[in-house]
Ligand binder design. Structure first.
Ligand SMILES: Cc1ncc(COP(=O)(O)O)c(C=O)c1O
Length: 400
């Protein structure tokens, strides 16, 4: 049968990252392409104990339908932690549990946007969010990133050119894919622009807990006095990605609409994992657990940056993340990214080309994303050395 799928889905391509995973089976291959947390960050023994207890004592709550807003003890514990750690949560704010940050992002767009409405986003940005916005018929307008965060003058130009834009989607801390953190001065200026042009901000912060160097920067949400920011968080990178527990915090007027949208989508997030998450927060030391993950990623990021410093030709630029799991490399514009990625794949080293993350699919990218949470220490050194050799070869071919 010929499936006459909707126009929106006809133009959507499978994620380049998922496609790369198909080539990863070869023994000895090195992947810098993942976006996964390291499995050592899963507190398996604690979760097993909690799961057994839930089935012994509260199986009905785990197995019965729950409420759309989320398991009440988890909502309370997450709201308390957000207040304590991030200064987030005002009287008229509401916090709900969602099925991963991914659902929080998609639901926000679903509630805010009509077909053809503009969503502003950083360029490059998280492919899962961009595809969610595209699948809902939103039109993406990308705003470039600088080392200090989103480019303010480009943002103002975009706001002026798109006066009816529905919201700005931003990952201000340890951005995916660029690894950049928007500094405080820029955040304050973005909030002022958002006020001036009366636009909502969707602040996505799944990596915020993973700082391994430098100083914390206040979230947009903690500085928001007007209910202008919806904050999206997740336990994927600090407890388990497969658990699919995320949360949204925003003014109750907008969150109540999102609850209706969620009801239609999945009724509620999986009760069993909400309970596991709640009991972990209650009975174990999440902050100590996170400190261990930070230390692991501090070491891995240090190894990758050290290898880049040592091996990579100076013409290739790269960001120096202060946390999170990614960094972003940029080839000189005269080199072909496609050729670089192909040669890397031929030598069994996999990276994600920047084209996967651009707001406008027609844009040519010269950058690629490197992940350091998954590869082993040895793979990091060996893989970066190979990438550096390929960049060196291509540069010398270009000169000759
Ligand atoms: C920037 C960003 N936002 C949101 C998500 C979604 O995370 P999850 O749905 O697992 O909570 C990811 C996942 O990689 C991400 O990188």
């Amino acid at each position: 049968m010929e499936y006459k799928v909707s126009e929106k889905f006809r133009s959507l391509k499978p994620s380049a990252i998922r496609e790369i995973f198909k080539s990863l089976g070869t023994p000895g291959s090195i992947s810098f392409a993942a976006g996964n947390p390291n499995p050592d960050s899963f507190p398996v023994a604690a979760m097993k104990k909690i799961a057994d207890e839930i089935f012994e004592k509260e199986s009905v709550t785990a197995l019965q339908y729950g409420i759309t807003e989320g398991y009440a003890p988890l909502r309370k514990l997450v709201a308390e932690r957000l207040k304590r750690v991030y200064g987030i949560g005002k009287e008229d704010d509401e916090l709900i549990i969602v099925t991963g940050g991914q659902q929080g992002i998609e639901l926000t767009c679903k509630v805010m946007c009509n077909e053809g409405n503009v969503v502003l986003c950083e360029n490059p940005s998280f492919i899962g969010a961009l595809n969610a916005f595209r699948s809902l018929g939103a039109r993406l307008v990308g705003v470039p990133l600088k080392d200090s965060g989103i480019d303010l003058s480009a943002l103002e130009d975009a706001l002026r050119a798109n006066p009816n834009a529905k919201f700005l989607y931003t990952i201000p801390t340890f951005q995916n894919p660029a690894g950049i953190t928007t500094n405080l001065e820029t955040r304050k200026a973005v909030l002022k622009l958002a006020e001036k042009y009366d636009i909502l901000i969707l602040e996505d912060n799944p990596y915020g807990d993973l700082r391994f160097t430098g100083e914390d920067v206040p979230t947009y949400k903690s500085m928001d006095t007007e209910g202008r920011v919806i904050y999206c968080g997740s336990f994927s990178k600090v407890l388990s990605a497969g658990m699919r527990i995320g949360f949204l915090c925003g003014n109750s007027d907008i969150i109540s609409k999102i609850v209706v949208a969620k009801q239609v989508e999945d009724v509620h997030t999986n009760n069993f994992f909400q309970m596991i998450c709640a009991k972990y927060l209650e009975e174990y030391d999440l902050e100590a657990h996170i400190a261990g993950i930070r230390e692991m990623y501090r070491k891995k990021a240090g190894l990758m940056l050290g290898a880049l410093d040592r091996y990579m030709p100076k013409e290739v630029g790269f960001t120096r993340p202060e946390g999170g799991i990614f960094l972003w490399c940029s080839l000189p514009e005269r080199l072909s990214l496609d050729e670089f990625v192909k040669r890397a794949g031929d030598r069994n080293v996999f990276v994600v080309p920047g084209t996967a993350f651009v707001a406008d699919p027609a844009e040519v990218s010269h950058s690629f994303r490197l992940n350091y949470s998954m590869p082993s220490d040895e793979e990091i050194d060996r893989g970066i050395k190979i990438l550096a050799e390929i960049a060196g070869e291509m540069l010398s071919e270009d000169r000759s």
